[in-house]
Design a protein around this ligand. Sequence first.
Ligand SMILES: Nc1nc2c(ncn2[C@@H]2O[C@H](COP(=O)(O)OP(=O)(O)O)[C@@H](O)[C@H]2O)c(=O)[nH]1
Ligand SMILES: [Mg+2]
Length: 232
Amino acid sequence: MIEGRSLGLVIPAHNEERGIPEVLERVPGSIDRILVVDNCSTDRTAEVARDLGADVIEEREKGYGSAYMTGLGAMDTDIVSTADADGTYPVDRIPDLATILIEDGLDFISARRAPGDQARNLDNMLRFGGNAVLTFFTVALFFRWIRDSQSGMWVFRRDVLSSLELTSRGMPFSEEIKIEAWRAPGVRCREVGVPFSYSTRVGSAKLRLWRDGVRNLLFLFAKRLRIPMRGA
Ligand SMILES: Nc1nc2c(ncn2[C@@H]2O[C@H](COP(=O)(O)OP(=O)(O)O)[C@@H](O)[C@H]2O)c(=O)[nH]1
Ligand SMILES: [Mg+2]
């Protein structure tokens, strides 16, 4: 509970038996409910999550957005937060973000990732470059001042979901939820910086850099032009 409001955390997970403990062990006590969405895992993700006290639901349609649509729909707390199942996001900061949400009268916060001690390898540079390109086009196409369009950590009032038109079932879900929140009438949004490091990821990345990067970019144009994009 934060200031009398219940607080939940939704975590999409595809084969993250190693990442789940990294996340769940750092979840602060003020988070009332943790919901792991097991998305077609072939490892012990669900079992590990249950053993650590999380509720687990299954989503059989594979995809980051599919997992979130199911998980967000099943969450019942006043305030909802999200994070990857890989240990990269500082879940210990969620209560602070929820406090800002309540005290500043906001509806939606997206955590802006401030890079920490990042290893300078090609993979990380491509991620930063890709994120910069996608964020540039998000701002250019939708005229909303967002600086980290690909962040997967959000803290928001659950009732804003009904104002958002979410169509993506894949990785573009992350940019889409921000675009929708930022342009929904009456929904007050803010980005708040959090420490972040890709290098802390446990287990293999599920994102495929080039394929998902290009898809996320095409999705922005398709959404801007209101053309439904298959497989997004
Ligand atoms: N890419 C992807 N991630 C999924 C899927 N289902 C659940 N996830 C989870 O979504 C999160 C994001 O994936 P990740 O590889 O960390 O992407 P990145 O943080 O952008 O590098 C992880 O917790 C995954 O386990 C899926 O079908 N595809
Ligand atoms: Mg991740």
